[in-house]
Design a protein around this ligand. Structure first.
Ligand code: PBG
Length: 336
């Protein structure tokens, strides 16, 4: 090698890009984005009972928690600097029906969790998911009649659900169903009931995705679900259609919008960020968590490094924040 010709590198001129990567402090100095615990929203699965926690087989490290344990976890999250939680109930089978009427029971699991956490940890923000799959007997986000998902009837149920959640202490209502017109209807009725201060984070560009599998196990909707959600969630081949959904949700009154899933849809995060002037959130969904976590556990990748890299990628793509099951681990890894 020593007698190989040395290239005349004159063509580089001053463009030696590696200068800016030459040491840790230099990389810190020129780093374009930051990642802090303030960027995270921690999703939490709630179950009935006292001092109960149950394992989610497909999500090692994540447990469903009874309300009292959720309060403890909320305290830990607040102490780690995480600004908000996203709550999802696993409604007991006997309370589920075709109407999903448990969704608007003011004393349902979601409302009890909201009240308890709001009361014990007032400094953390509470995001309430609104969709019927967490309450209905058939696992669909909408009401089903003869195999059809009914749009407008579903919205009435969702409005009632959002109202009991707001009353119980939800700071942000997050409709995750992809029905047409739900943001406008929820905004109108929240205002009419005096909840003008309650914000709406719309799951706007939500794709019909295979990456939701572990979540459906976690909330108990997966084994009930017949068919798929393709008549309402977006086709993963489409990008412009996602932008139309975002535009419409903002028009109807969404304060913040979301892209979901995360890593396979970074292009959408960037497009939404460049096209609209509202905060954009991204959901690193259950299947993404499982992939990184299980591959890390198997020693195929460095799980902790991959976790941080994936979260940073969302910031680079333009996200204001990330819903992630890694929120606590990542906050700790970042030194919180
Ligand atoms: C349901 C809902 C889903 C998720 C959040 N809310 C699942 C679905 O649409 O089937 C997925 C979250 C995840 O996979 O982590 N309305």
């Amino acid at each position: 090698m020593s007698n190989w010709p040395k290239y005349d590198m004159e063509f580089l001129g001053g463009r030696r890009q590696r200068r800016l990567r030459s040491s840790a402090w230099m990389r810190d100095l020129v780093r374009e984005t930051t990642l802090t615990p303030k960027d995270f929203i921690l999703p939490m699965f709630i179950i009935d009972g006292q001092n109960e926690k149950t394992q989610i087989k497909t999500m090692p490290g994540i447990e469903r928690l009874s309300v009292d344990l959720a309060v403890k976890a909320a305290k830990e999250a607040a102490a780690a600097g995480i600004p908000a939680l996203a709550l999802f109930p696993n409604t007991p089978a006997e309370l589920r029906n075709a109407d999903g009427s448990e969704a608007y029971n003011p004393d349902n699991l979601m409302c009890r969790a909201l009240r308890a956490i709001k009361n014990a940890v007032p400094e953390i923000g509470l995001i309430a998911d609104v969709a019927l799959d967490e309450y209905s007997s058939d696992g669909q986000d909408g009401l089903v009649r003869d195999g059809e998902i009914l749009n407008d009837e579903t919205i009435s149920a969702m409005v009632h659900s959002a109202l009991v959640q707001a009353k119980a202490g939800a700071d942000i209502i997050a409709p995750s169903d992809m029905m047409d017109g739900r943001v406008g209807a929820i905004r109108q009725e929240l205002d009419a009931a005096g909840y003008e201060q309650v914000a709406i984070m719309a799951y706007s560009a939500k794709y019909a995705s295979a990456f939701y599998g572990p979540f459906r196990e976690a909330v108990g909707s997966g084994s009930r679900l017949l068919g798929d959600k393709k008549t309402y969630q977006l086709d993963f081949a489409n990008s412009d259609e996602g932008l139309r959904e975002v535009a419409q949700d903002i028009d109807e009154g969404a304060d913040m919008v979301m892209v979901k899933p995360g890593m396979p849809y970074l292009d959408m995060v960037r497009r939404v960020r460049d096209s609209f002037n509202v905060p954009v959130f991204v959901y690193q969904v259950s299947g993404e968590y499982a992939m990184i976590r299980l591959a890390g556990d198997a020693g195929a990748i460095d799980g902790k490094a991959a976790m941080l890299e994936s979260l940073w990628a969302f910031k680079r793509a333009g996200a204001k924040g990330v819903l992630t099951y890694f929120a606590l681990d990542a906050a700790r890894a970042l030194g919180a």
